[in-house]
Design a protein around this ligand. Structure first.
Ligand code: GUN
Ligand code: ZN
Length: 437
C-alpha cells in the first residue's frame, strides 16, 4: 500500500566529518516522502511532488516535526535490558557481579522471548529501527530475538556470544561449539528477510586463542556476515588483554591476526586505541561503535570521535547505546552524551555530525548504508518522526532556535522518547505515541 508522509525532513548522503556538510546534509522544510512495498519511492519538496500523486492517496502531515531515517543502534545487548542501572562497578567487576549473572537466565527460551519483546518494544518507542545486537552464549537467545524481529519486519543483526574462558562455567562454550552453533545460526537466519548474522566473540579476554582461530575461520567462510565484539574500553581490561596475549602487538592486533577485522566488523568503544591501532582499523575497513552513555556509566572514558575520524586514516564510527551498560534506549540522549564526550576532548560535536552518527554513520559501520540510515529513493522505508514540541520546555525553548541546526541541537540535548511521535518500519507505522490524555 502506498503511504505518504509530509513534513520537515533531514537526512545524510555522506559523512559530514569527511565531506563538506552542504554536500551531504539534506534538509527539506516541507518534504513529501512516498513509500510503497517497504521502500522509499520518492522524496522531494511537497509543492513539486503533490500534484503528481495518484488521486485519492492520503497524505499524513507531521506539523512541528522532524522526519529522520529510523535510528540505527550499532552495538547493544538485549539480554542486559533487565540489568540497566546496576550500581557501583567498572567494567570487569560489573561483568562478573551483574552481567554474567543476568545472562544465565537466557538458557530458558521463554525468558529470552519475553525479554526480546520488551527490548524491541522499547526500540520502537525510541525510534530505533535497526540494531546490531548481542545475544548470550545460548543459541536460543538469538533464535528468540530473530523470531520476534522477523514477525515485526525489522532489519536487525544479531549473534550468539562466544566465550570459552574467564566467565562462569555455565556461560562457556568451546572453540568448536562456538563455531558449530554460530554456523547453524548463520545458515538458519542470515539473509532471511531483513535479518543478518553477526559472529560475536564477546571480547578478547573471554576467548582462547583457539576460539578466536575457529571464529576467524568461520568469518572467512562467510565473508558477508557481520562481526561484533568489544575493544579497548577500560584500562584494566587493556592490561589484562596484554597479559593474556603476550605475543600480540596490542589489543587491535589480537583481532587483526585472527581475521576478525574487516568491513562489517563493528567493535564497541575503542576509547583508548593507539594511533597504530586506529590505522589498523582504518586499513581493515573495520568500524567502531561510540557508546557514550555506557562509557560514562562505567567510568570507562571519553571516546574522541574527531580523532577517530582523522582524515589521513578515518575510521567508520557509528553511535550506540550499549545497553545494559548504556543508560538509555534513546539515541537522542546518546547523541547528547556524545556531545558531552566530545566537549571533554575539547571539541564541539555539531548537530549534523551527531544525527549522522545515529543514522547513516551506524548504517555505514554495519555495511547497511545502501539499505537503511538515509531517506532517499530505493532505501528501505524505516523512519522516525520527532516532535519538536514534545514537552512544555522543549516547545518554549524551540521558539528561540536560530534555524534548523540549532533546533536539531536543542532536540538532541533536551529530547528523549517523549519526542518520538511515530516509528515507521518497512513503510508501515510500527509505533505511534498515544494521544495525550
Ligand atoms: N566487554 C565485554 N562484554 C561487555 C559487555 O557486555 N558490556 C560492555 N560495556 N563491555 C563489555
Ligand atoms: Zn557492549
Amino acid at each position: 500500500m502506498m503511504r505518504v508522509l509530509r513534513g520537515a525532513m533531514a537526512s545524510f548522503s555522506g559523512d559530514p566529518f569527511l565531506q563538506a556538510q552542504n554536500d551531504v546534509f539534506h534538509y527539506l522544510p516541507d518534504a513529501l516522502i512516498v513509500m510503497e512495498n517497504g521502500h522509499i519511492m520518492q522524496v522531494g519538496n511537497a509543492a513539486e511532488l503533490l500534484p503528481a500523486l495518484p488521486a485519492g492517496i492520503v497524505v499524513e502531515t507531521c506539523p512541528d516535526s522532524l522526519i529522520l531515517p529510523g535510528f540505527v543502534d550499532c552495538h547493544v545487548h538485549y539480554p542486559q535490558t533487565g540489568m540497566m542501572a546496576a550500581f557501583g562497578e567498572q567494567l570487569i567487576d560489573w561483568l562478573n557481579h551483574y552481567t554474567f549473572v543476568e545472562e544465565q537466565a537466557f538458557v530458558d527460551a521463554d525468558h529470552a522471548r519475553q525479554v526480546a519483546r520488551v527490548f524491541l518494544d522499547e526500540q520502537m518507542r525510541h525510534g530505533v529501527t535497526t540494531g546490531c545486537v548481542f545475544g548470550t552464549v545460548h543459541p536460543q537467545s538469538v533464535e528468540a530475538l530473530f523470531a520476534e524481529a522477523q514477525q515485526r519486519g525489522l532489519r536487525l543483526a544479531a549473534g550468539k556470544v562466544c566465550m570459552d574462558r574467564n566467565a562462569p562455567g555455565v556461560l562457556l562454550d568451546t572453540p568448536q561449539r562456538a563455531y558449530d552453533e554460530s554456523r547453524v545460526l548463520i545458515e538458519r537466519w542470515h539473509g532471511q528477510g531483513r535479518l543478518e548474522y553477526a559472529i560475536t566473540p564477546r571480547f578478547a579476554p573471554t576467548s582462547s586463542t583457539a576460539q578466536l582461530e575457529w571464529l576467524g575461520a568461520l568469518a572467512a567462510e562467510h565473508p558477508d556476515v557481520l562481526i561484533q565484539s568489544h575493544v579497548s574500553e577500560n584500562l584494566g581490561e587493556i592490561a589484562w588483554v596484554e597479559s593474556l596475549f603476550p605475543g600480540c602487538r596490542d589489543y587491535a592486533d589480537v583481532y587483526a591476526r585472527h581475521g576478525l577485522l574487516r568491513p562489517r566488523a563493528v567493535y564497541g568503544h575503542g576509547i583508548h586505541l593507539s594511533e597504530p591501532e586506529l590505522e589498523v582499523f582504518h586499513a581493515a575497513g573495520a568500524s567502531l561503535a561510540h557508546c557514550p552513555t555506557s562509557n560514562f556509566f562505567l567510568g570507562s572514558g571519553c571516546f574522541d570521535v574527531k580523532r577517530g575520524k582523522e582524515s589521513v586514516r578515518p575510521v567508520t564510527v557509528g553511535l550506540a547505546t550499549d545497553i545494559g551498560a548504556g543508560t538509555s534506549f534513546s539515541m537522542l540522549q546518546t547523541m547528547a552524551a556524545a556531545y558531552q564526550a566530545a566537549q571533554f576532548n575539547g571539541h564541539a560535536l555539531t548537530a549534523p555530525q551527531a544525527y549522522y552518527l545515529a543514522t547513516r554513520g551506524s548504517a555505514e559501520a554495519l555495511g547497511l548504508a545502501g539499505k537503511v540510515g538515509s531517506i532517499a529513493p530505493g532505501m528501505e522505508a524505516d523512519l522516525v518522526v520527532l516532535d519538536l514540541k514534545a514537552t512544555p520546555l522543549l516547545a518554549w525553548r524551540m521558539q528561540y532556535a536560530r534555524g534548523i541546526e540549532d533546533a536539531m541541537f536543542i532536540l538532541m540535548m533536551m529530547g528523549d522518547d517523549r519526542a518520538v511521535s511515530a516509528t515507521w518500519v518497512a513503510g508501515e507505522p510500527a509505533w505511534r505515541r498515544p494521544a495525550a490524555a
